[in-house]
Write a protein that binds this ligand. Structure first.
Ligand code: CUA
Length: 166
């Protein structure tokens, strides 16, 4: 390889190092998008989980607000948000419980954030929000509306009591 050939080969390698990732990265992201859509069931909001806020208490699962066991160690917590309270404002589960939350709002947009957990959700009128969380440590977990919803916003709080040995 003479000097000119070596220079051209080096330029070819350098250009490839830039061009190939610039193709591979968007292709990889597109594949990841397809995989999460299909396998992770992550998608734009569809017409499922739509609810009439005026008839929330007459609509499943909000006909039975509160906590109920579904299976061994598995619970369902159904909470209704309205200005400026949660129904119920207290949830009790045993330590280790896997809790599936269903939330909706009667009126305006509220938020649901639970201290010391990864639970951080929007609670939107007309939609049902779902999340699952396992409480592995006993204690009292405060939850709070984190979307400004009027003069009583800061009082819109409650607690999840996880019972058992801490
Ligand atoms: Cu509800 Cu802020």
């Amino acid at each position: 390889m003479d000097g000119e050939e070596r220079r051209r080969f080096t330029a070819y390698l350098v250009e490839s190092a830039w061009v190939l990732p610039s193709i591979a990265i968007p292709v990889g992201m597109f594949i990841a998008l397809i995989l999460t859509t299909v396998m992770g069931n992550i998608h734009m909001p569809g017409m499922s989980d739509v609810i009439d806020p005026a008839r929330a208490e007459q609509t499943e699962p909000f006909t039975h607000l509160g906590v109920r066991p579904l299976a061994q160690n598995y619970y369902e917590a159904v909470l209704l948000a309205r200005t400026w309270s949660w129904t119920p404002s207290e949830v009790r589960v045993p330590v280790g419980a896997i809790v599936h939350f269903h939330l909706t709002s009667k009126d305006v947009i509220h938020g649901f954030i639970v201290d010391d957990t990864t639970l951080n959700l929007m609670v939107v009128p007309g939609r049902i929000t779902h999340a699952t969380y396992q409480f592995t440590r006993a204690g009292t977990y405060r939850f709070q509306c984190h979307e400004y919803c009027g003069v009583g916003h800061q009082a819109m709080a409650g607690q999840i009591i996880v019972e058992g040995n801490p």
